[in-house]
Write a new protein. Structure first.
Length: 96
């Protein structure tokens, strides 16, 4: 009986190791979801597109994309919407 449990546990450990997300996979998932959008979106909508990704991670990636001038935030608070920017798109008086 003990050997069966040990073998089952080894199999369990092996399978868990296979399902671990590789580094940067969640960020790539978020970026891909943002790039698919055509209309402004909320963080809640983005969260539905990226199951298993925390709100903090979504905000972190959105802020990084904002720093790269790939997205912009339209508003503040829970109802804030985000918009994907295209190259040479003019917003707020500057070329992005």
């Amino acid at each position: 009986m003990c050997t069966v449990l040990k073998e089952a546990y080894r199999e369990f450990e092996r399978r868990v190791g296979e399902t671990a997300a590789r580094r940067g996979e969640k960020s790539e998932t978020i970026i891909a979801a943002v790039e698919r959008t055509t209309a402004p979106f909320t963080i809640a909508e983005l969260q539905r597109e990226c199951p298993g990704v925390s709100v903090d991670m979504l905000r972190h990636v959105l802020n990084a994309l904002k720093a790269e001038r790939r997205v912009e935030c339209l508003g503040r608070g829970r109802s804030a919407r985000w918009r994907r920017l295209r190259k040479n798109q003019v917003t707020g008086g500057s070329i992005r």
